[in-house]
Ligand binder design. Structure first.
Ligand code: FAD
Length: 301
């Protein structure tokens, strides 16, 4: 069996595997797609110590670092079942069952899409999902935020300090965000809020040039000219297959400060957990925490 088996090959999983392997213990990584969300990222400007890099380049150096330690990398393999007996068992989609003394879950998350024409086409060409990451690319420009929940309104407030103008489009008749956030939003001079707005299309030629929506009150169609669209309608953790592991209302795995879950020997890190913020550097830190937590667990059991 493995000592530490990491499920997920994004920054959290890579970090966890390196920290585990450096203890001289048998470590493996199962990844549906090594690199995770970072593979879909263009410019990265907030990976501290590196002023600028690109997703695939960062993934290549993660892979190189992992390979330094003789970690078993099982790429293009999807885990579908976890069971705790004496050891923790992980069953893969292909039927194989792997056993390990401890497991670190780092299966990440995915942004919920609005699924309108233009969204996929203009991804990274004006369509963005992470204001902390991509906000500065729209300095002085006009953007829309789709979604009036907490993350949408936080994004709108954040962006209003950088961009020229923000239009918030909310499907429901009112914003869902906390009142303090709404108050702060309404105090800003360069924000327009449109409720009852059903986004129908993100328009553009080679990059985004506008957004179309239908008013659910009047049935009229409208078009707003702008350069960027931030989709903020939720982040979905990849955790539906984990029925025995405690998750919160958002489906995020609940971890303690050692990265431990409710199942003894099972740890978790990164965007699949209830961490407050979801970023590369944060997921790497929590991957390190989970690996050290798993090591502590093993020397006691
Ligand atoms: P992920 O990167 O999501 O990796 C999850 C891993 O688990 C993948 O390998 C996946 O294939 C695997 N997996 C999932 N389910 C299974 C399963 N059942 N079995 C096996 N493997 C599985 N953050 C920044 O800090 N700066 C940025 O500039 C930035 N830009 C971003 C741009 C975009 C377009 C996106 C989408 C995100 C961006 N982020 C950025 C956020 C950052 O990418 C995430 O916070 C980070 O990747 C989370 O790392 P993770 O390892 O927890 O999860």
């Amino acid at each position: 069996p493995y000592d530490v088996l990491v499920v997920g090959g994004g920054p959290a999983g890579a970090s966890a595997a390196v920290y585990a392997a450096r203890k001289g213990i048998r470590t493996g990584i199962i990844a549906e797609r090594f690199g995770g969300q970072v593979m879909d990222t263009m410019g990265i400007e907030n990976f501290i110590g590196t002023a600028y890099t690109e997703g695939p380049k960062l993934v290549a150096s993660l892979e190189e670092h992992v390979k330094e330690y003789g970690i078993d990398v099982m790429n293009l393999q999807r885990a579908k079942r976890l069971e705790k007996n004496d050891l923790v068992e992980i069953e893969l989609e292909n039927g194989a069952v792997l056993k390990s003394k401890s497991v670190i879950l780092s299966t990440g998350a995915r942004w919920r899409n609005v699924n309108v024409p233009g969204e996929a086409e203009f991804k990274n060409k004006g369509v963005a999902y992470c204001p902390h990451c991509d906000g500065p690319l729209f300095e002085g420009k006009r953007v829309a935020v789709i979604g009036g929940g907490n993350s949408g309104i936080e994004a709108a407030i954040d962006l209003a300090g950088i961009v020229k103008h923000v239009t918030v489009l909310e499907f429901a008749p009112e914003l869902k965000a906390d009142q303090v956030l709404q108050d702060r939003l309404h105090s800003l001079p360069n924000v327009t809020v449109i409720t009852n707005a059903q986004t129908t299309e993100i328009t553009g030629t080679d990059k985004v040039n506008g957004i179309s929506y239908v008013s659910r009150e009047t049935n009229e169609s409208h078009h707003v000219e702008l350069e960027g669209v931030f989709v903020q309608i939720g982040l979905v953790p990849n955790t539906d297959w984990l029925d025995s592991v405690e998750r919160n209302n958002f489906g995020e795995i609940v971890v303690d400060r050692h990265g431990a879950t409710n199942v003894p020997g099972v740890f978790a890190a990164g965007d699949c957990t209830n961490s407050a913020y979801k970023q590369i550097i944060i997921s790497m830190g929590s991957g390190a925490t989970a690996a050290l937590g798993a090591f502590d667990y093993m020397i006691r059991n």
